[in-house]
Ligand binder design. Structure first.
Ligand SMILES: Nc1ncnc2c1ncn2[C@@H]1O[C@H](COP(=O)(O)OP(=O)(O)OP(=O)(O)O)[C@@H](O)[C@H]1O
Ligand SMILES: [Mg+2]
Length: 161
């Protein structure tokens, strides 16, 4: 599904629609240009899940966990992979401990760590279309999935560390 949002509010509204479909355990992988709306989308998601307070991009902290007010989703885990060199950096901070059925994990710049993301990851690709237009492609977008063998090798490598 690909659609164009015409302003920030429409991106927030789209995030709320997607939030309504979440049950917990999902990983949302956000990719696309600088300023394309990944954080805005995450803020919309957070608001819809009942997160209190401000959600900012965890560019320096890499990962932030927010408590929600949702029935089945207890935590929203916001990761910004922008400053990571690779997925081992993320493994080092123990992100996978938070990938559980009671959490939704949202990852900005997820293309940096594609090799450790499971097959069922939901991909959202953001692109700038003029001053306030943003194209958002959901789910069926999949940026070059790594070969399965490579993925398995990587997982083994991480587990053996
Ligand atoms: N349709 C739109 N949807 C979302 N944001 C929009 C839209 N139109 C304009 N904007 C503006 O674009 C900017 C999007 O910034 P945001 O931080 O969400 O992008 P980002 O993809 O997270 O960037 P970064 O790559 O730096 O993390 C905001 O300033 C927002 O107000
Ligand atoms: Mg951002």
């Amino acid at each position: 599904m690909r659609l164009i949002t015409k302003n920030e509010g429409e991106t927030t509204a789209l995030a709320a629609k997607i939030a309504a479909k979440l049950k917990g355990g999902e990983i949302l992988a956000l990719i696309g240009d600088l300023g394309a709306g990944k954080t805005t989308f995450t803020q919309g998601l957070a608001k819809a899940l009942g997160v209190k307070g401000r959600v900012n991009s965890p560019t320096f902290t890499v990962m932030k966990l927010y408590k929600t007010k949702h029935q089945t989703i207890k935590n929203l885990v916001h990761i910004d992979a922008y400053r990571l060199s690779n997925s081992l950096d993320l493994e080092a901070i123990g992100w996978s401990d938070f990938h559980d059925p009671k959490s939704v994990v949202v990852i900005e710049w997820a293309d940096k760590i594609i090799d450790i993301l499971p097959k069922q990851t939901v991909w959202l690709k953001f692109a700038v279309k003029g001053a306030n237009g943003r194209s958002i492609t959901v789910k069926n977008f999949s940026p070059k999935p790594p070969a399965k063998t490579k993925h398995n090798q990587r997982v083994r490598q991480i587990k053996n560390r």
